[in-house]
Design a protein around this ligand. Structure first.
Ligand SMILES: [Zn+2]
Length: 135
C-alpha cells in the first residue's frame, strides 16, 4: 500500500511558502504549485524590478528595460531617440523609480496596458472617431 495522501500540517522549512491555492508548502521560487497548479503570487521568478532597474541604468538609453518589461513599442521609441540622450535621462529616473517602488506596485505596472482584444477594440473606436463628421 502506498501512502500518497498526507494531511498532516508540515513544518515550513527555509525558502518555502504556503500555496494560496491548496495551502501546501511549496518552494518560494516555484512558478506554480505542483500540488494544485495555482500560480504562486509571491513567486520570485519572472520579471523583477531589480533586473528592470539594472537594465534601465546600464542600457536604459536604448530602451532595453522596456523590451524586458514587455513594452517593445516603447522600447523602439527609446531606441529611435537614443542619440538625443533624452531616453537615457528618462531611463535614469525610471531606474530610481524601480528602486523606490515596492514589488507589489511594480508587478501591475509591468503588465501590458491592453490585451490584443482591447487593442482591436481601441483601434475600432479610433476608426469610428475618425469617420465622425466634425462639420
Ligand atoms: Zn497548491
Amino acid at each position: 500500500m502506498t501512502q500518497n495522501v498526507d494531511t498532516r500540517p508540515q513544518p515550513l522549512s527555509a525558502g518555502m511558502i504556503y500555496c494560496h491555492g491548496c495551502g501546501k508548502p511549496i518552494h518560494e521560487s516555484a512558478r506554480s504549485c505542483p500540488n494544485c497548479g495555482a500560480v504562486a503570487r509571491g513567486a520570485k521568478s519572472g520579471r523583477s524590478k531589480w533586473s528592470a532597474a539594472i537594465l534601465a541604468f546600464f542600457l536604459g538609453g536604448f530602451g532595453v528595460h522596456r523590451f524586458y518589461l514587455g513594452q517593445p513599442i516603447v522600447g523602439l521609441i527609446y531606441l529611435l531617440f537614443c542619440w538625443t540622450l533624452v531616453p537615457a535621462l528618462i531611463a535614469f529616473f525610471e531606474f530610481i523609480y524601480f528602486l523606490v517602488i515596492s514589488e507589489e506596485k511594480f508587478r501591475p505596472a509591468v503588465q501590458p496596458l491592453t490585451t490584443a482584444t482591447d487593442r482591436q477594440e481601441a483601434a475600432g473606436t479610433g476608426l469610428g472617431s475618425l469617420s465622425v463628421d466634425n462639420r
